[in-house]
Each structure stands twice: as structure tokens, then as C-alpha cells.
Design a protein around this ligand. Sequence first.
Ligand SMILES: [Zn+2]
Length: 277
Amino acid sequence: MHCGSLMPELPEVETYRCYFRRLAVGKPIRGVIVSDRRIFPDWSGGQLRHRLVGRTFTRTERRGKYLIAYLDARRDAASGTKAGACMVIHFGMTGSLQFSRSGLRQPPYSRAAFRFDHGALHFVDSRRFGGIWWVADLTELDRIRILGADPLSEINGPDAMSEIVRRSSQPIKQALMNQRLIAGIGNLYADEILFQSRIHPRRRPASLKRVEWERIFHSMKEVLREAIRLCSQMERYPDSYLLPHRGRDGQCPRCGAVLKTLRQGQRTTYYCRTCQK
Ligand SMILES: [Zn+2]
């Protein structure tokens, strides 16, 4: 499955998590295909097959933009220690998961696949900025350890949100994308949240009033939940969202003005000069 052309952010990773759970959890792994060794920084194909074949993924979890899948426990005969118990996937810019039924050809740009009785689940990544890591415990990975609060499960009100985001002296758009503060929001959803909150992307967090934090907090929850509910399929997003209107000559769905762009931290911000103050 493909989540539109989006660079995977929290809603896309959540959508892939459901896909992984449905197709891979509880099914014995029959084989591991490694088409591009670079996608696994730590392991060779042979090591992976040795460790994985015959085992099953038992559950999934999401941390920020990372998908985590846990394996059933098994003692490693050689070392007597428990074999690496979880797999951590980062989708980079173009990563996705695609399932192919048994007998079908593998999709283009498949970097690795897990083979089950009913088919194979491929990690597909054309530009190859994604990666897959294996660890016994998530705390072994710096990239996970540094992650900030989860916007859906760990930020429970406007005051909590303002307390976290005000640690940044950067403009609000970049602060929302700072994974060490809040984990999971990237360029597209940060723009959407600020559009829905009617906040200018260059505002400094310290300048925002309580009523504005309320708007940002509620927009964040609403936008992320709605995107997950719609399985990250952008063509199904409400017309009142900014996301379907991004791009050349896109118009503000609220006032009709042509949307403006800014460069912020190497990324393009879309916003409405009339509606966002
Ligand atoms: Zn507008």
C-alpha cells in the first residue's frame, strides 16, 4: 500500500502499523529476502535468516515516525542470551510497505522482505533514506531514546503542549517539527496544524497566548486523528484542509487567497497570509 506521495509522518506510520499488524503479526516467518544490504545497517541477510526464520512478530507499536515490531522471545543457542527482540523501521522520505501474494513478482525498489505462507511483506524505498534496525531493547537506539512526547498519547492539554514547545526558540513551525520535543509531526502536518489554528508559521512559541495554544492543541489532535481515520489517503481529506491545496497557485480553502510559501529549515512552508496571524 502507498500513503499518497507523502513523506511518512505520524499518520502514515500509524497506517503502515495497521497494515503490518494485519498482514505480518502472528504469522510464522518462512524466509527473509535482503535485496539491498544497506537498508539493514547492523545485520547481514544470513544473520537475519538465522535469527528470524520460524519466529513470529507478536505486536507492533509506533514511536514518533518509527514503526516497531516485536518478535516472540527465543533464546539464542550460541550465546545463551535472548535474541534481538524488536525491529525498528524508519521510512525516510519514500519508504513504504507493500504486500505481494505468493507467486507474484516483488515490487520495484523492494529493499527487503519477510516471507510468510500467504505472501511476502516488502519494505519498498526508491530513494533509500529509510532503514531497519534490530535491538534487544529500544533504549539501545539513540534515535528512539531522544524522541519527545507523542502528540496523541502523551500531550494532554494546551498547557502541557505550550510547556514543551516553548523550550524551543525557533519559529512555531520548526518547533512543532522538532522530534526531540514532539515526535511524529513533519513538514506537511505542521503546516496543516498551523493553518487550522490560524497561526502564522513564523510566530515564536514564547509570543503565543493561551487561547492560541488551545487552538494549536485542538488542531493537532483533530488533524492527526482525522488523517489516521482516513488511512492517510490525501484525496479523502476534507476540502477545508490545506493539504489538498498545496502546490502551484493553490488557494486558501477558507478565504480563497492564493497560498504563500516560505523556506523554513530547508523545507517549504505553505500558509495563508490573510488567515494566519
Ligand atoms: Zn485564507
